[in-house]
Design a binder for this molecule. Structure first.
Ligand SMILES: [Cu+2]
Length: 341
């Protein structure tokens, strides 16, 4: 407290000092970064670097059509053929290790690189009652971005993000299925690791730091550029709108609540592989991929001295509407570490 008074007194005489003070103020608050599930939420000052690692887990179990839940029998019966589907997905776990770097060559631009590594696992039931699991693992789509300030005044900030997602993730991931006779065959869309297209991801982010609490909002579009990918399809475009509020329990710890709405379109085109057969399993149907979902996330940010941050966030859907049968999301969790210097 005494330090703050000394600083305020010394600063009263100097404009430079008040700018420095404001900057330090921002950096010294746990909630000066958004909840950890939000990407590209903040910019950096000239010369600053930040490295980050996030572990994300998404758990999906059970099928849904529209906002109605389907049993496995109903999912199998929903197939277009007279016999319905031969296979129904039961559950899927997606894990992502996301490595990030940020660097600000000037106050006018922050550059960002994000490198994801994915692990997916899907559990299925066949019409005759058998069970099988498919797994894939590998590098996802690497993202490069530039963050540009639009507004920064008295704790209120706005910036634009121009991000490009590169088709570095494989779209030819294979595994064995009961129908593949011991061979590895191309798996349906949700098990692939990338989009196969260059994707533009423009975003606008707002945030405002108040005494003891803060809020922020971000809207992001995902626009698939060019035509079809090398497997003759293109994932749907998507829109993400979210807003959060954070409260400081101390200068080192903040807790947050975030509401996120996402909407995504169907796939255009289709993978020609015989194993990606829309008559066989709903995950192989390009017309059964779209959906929209609202998630409520609760989070904690912890800021330690020396630029280290640790954060957690856990979310559950409060509304979910899918072009099904499609696996529904049950929960998302993110744990992240950030180091800025
Ligand atoms: Cu950063």
């Amino acid at each position: 407290m005494k330090n703050a008074f000394v600083l305020a007194g010394a600063c009263a005489a100097s404009f430079t000092c008040s700018v420095l003070n404001a900057h330090e103020n921002h950096a010294a608050r746990a909630d000066s970064h958004a909840p950890i599930g939000v990407m590209a939420d903040h910019m950096h000052k000239e010369g600053e670097w930040m490295f980050s690692y996030r572990y994300m887990h998404m758990a999906m179990e059970g099928n849904r059509d529209g906002d109605r839940r389907l049993s496995t029998a109903e999912t199998l019966a929903a197939g277009p053929g007279p016999m319905g589907y031969m296979v129904a997905p039961l559950k899927m776990d997606m894990q992502m290790h996301m490595f990030g770097a940020m660097y600000a060559p000037s106050d006018k631009v922050t550059l960002m690189l994000m490198v994801p590594y994915l692990e997916t696992e899907m559990d299925h039931e066949t019409a005759s009652g058998g069970r099988f699991i498919t797994k894939t693992e590998g590098l996802g789509d690497i993202r490069v971005a530039a963050l540009l300030p639009l507004y920064d005044y008295q704790g209120g900030k706005m910036h634009a993000t121009m991000a490009l997602s590169l088709p570095t993730g494989s779209i030819e991931e294979k595994d064995q299925t009961p129908a593949s006779m011991g061979n590895e065959v191309i798996l349906p869309y949700p098990m692939q690791l990338g989009s196969g297209t260059y994707d533009l991801r423009p975003a606008i982010t707002w945030s405002k730091l108040n005494q003891g609490w803060s809020w922020g909002a971000q809207t992001t579009a995902t626009i698939r550029l060019g035509g079809d990918n090398d497997r003759d399809y293109r994932l749907g475009n998507a829109l993400d709108v979210q807003s959060w509020v954070a409260w400081n329990l101390s200068s080192a710890i903040s807790v947050s609540s975030r509401l996120q709405w996402q909407s995504w379109q169907n796939i255009e085109g289709a993978d020609p592989a015989p194993s990606v057969n829309p008559m066989m399993v709903p995950t192989a149907d390009p017309e059964r991929r779209a959906g929209r979902r609202t998630d409520l996330h609760l989070g904690v940010n912890w800021l330690s001295s020396g630029g280290h941050r640790l954060a957690l966030e856990y979310g559950v859907p409060v509304q979910q509407n899918l072009n099904g049968p499609q696996l529904e999301v049950d929960s998302t969790a993110t744990i992240g570490y950030q180091y800025a210097f």
